[in-house]
Design a protein around this ligand. Structure first.
Ligand code: DGL
Length: 271
């Protein structure tokens, strides 16, 4: 038995889509979630910079005595997963591989689209994973720089978001994809808009549920689970404004959110 919490991080509130599945799958585990709002968005930044941020956060969470880290951000996974796994002593799980698998298994016409940040598209991680699984799949990546700022704005479900979605998915409709990877943990938060614009014939793939299952399996196989009979607790940290995080987090997580603690960038880089 291991009573330590699981650490989860993202640039902002996108990782809450993953945290929610973890809370449902593992109600007896404790979680600590860090949103790096002071440096959001990660998507347009060079991958080297995102790698540095991720390494800081990974080391910080390890110092918080977590037993496993979930990189609940596709951009950070693309930029830094191997480095985090090599440098940290706790297991580190990312979010890209389960989506690539699911997309290749799901597609019937072997045309797969990807919506993701610039960094994730530029890293080429999805393209090489999809190719490794089925070299006959035609793959259509689209970067969507406006979506994360809109989702983190005061009006995530407004007409501007719908207009941006229509613009970004136009090349995917043109290509006739039947399966689209939502390759950013923020995007499931606007799933109703995406699904309406794509229509029912397109399957949207995202990894929150799969990732939660992977967390559960990893803890079980390594014998690192907490006592199954207890109620887990979760807490939140942000490098940005705690009140703003609390408000947005409540809207998206739809669970009670207690006090949000502030972490300075200096505290992160000190580790
Ligand atoms: N949720 C992050 C991801 O999955 C958003 C990146 C950003 O901050 O641009 O890529």
């Amino acid at each position: 038995m291991d009573p330590r919490p699981v650490g989860v991080f993202d640039s902002g509130v996108g990782g809450l889509t993953v945290l929610h599945e973890c809370l449902v799958t593992l109600p007896h585990e404790d979680f600590v979630y860090l949103g790096d709002h002071a440096r959001l968005p990660y998507g347009p930044r060079p991958l080297d910079e995102v790698r540095d941020f991720s390494r800081e956060i990974g080391a910080f969470l390890e110092r918080q005595d977590v037993k496993l880290i979930v990189v609940a951000c596709n951009t950070a996974t693309s930029a830094a997963l191997p480095q985090l796994q090599a440098e940290l002593t706790v297991p580190v799980l990312g979010v890209i591989t389960p989506e690539a698998h699911a997309a290749v298994q799901t597609t019937r016409n072997r045309r797969v689209g990807l919506l993701a940040t610039q960094g994730t598209v530029d890293s080429g991680r999805y393209a090489s994973l999809v190719r490794a699984l089925d070299a006959g799949v035609s793959f259509h990546p689209v970067s969507c720089p406006r979506l994360v700022p809109l989702i983190e704005s005061d009006d995530p479900y407004g007409p501007e978001t719908e207009e941006a979605v229509r613009e970004y998915i136009a090349p995917l409709k043109e290509a006739g994809v039947d399966t689209v990877i939502l390759g950013c943990t923020h995007y499931p938060l606007i799933r109703p808009i995406l699904q309406r614009v794509f229509g029912r014939d397109v399957t949207l793939v995202f990894s929150a549920e799969e990732t939660a299952r992977e967390v559960a399996e990893t803890l079980e196989r390594k014998g690192m689970e907490n006592d199954a009979g207890r109620d887990g607790v979760y807490r939140f940290l942000t490098t940005g404004d705690p009140a703003a995080f609390r408000e947005m987090g409540r809207r998206f997580l739809q669970l009670p959110i207690g006090d949000v603690e502030h972490v300075t960038l200096a505290e992160l880089s000190a580790v």
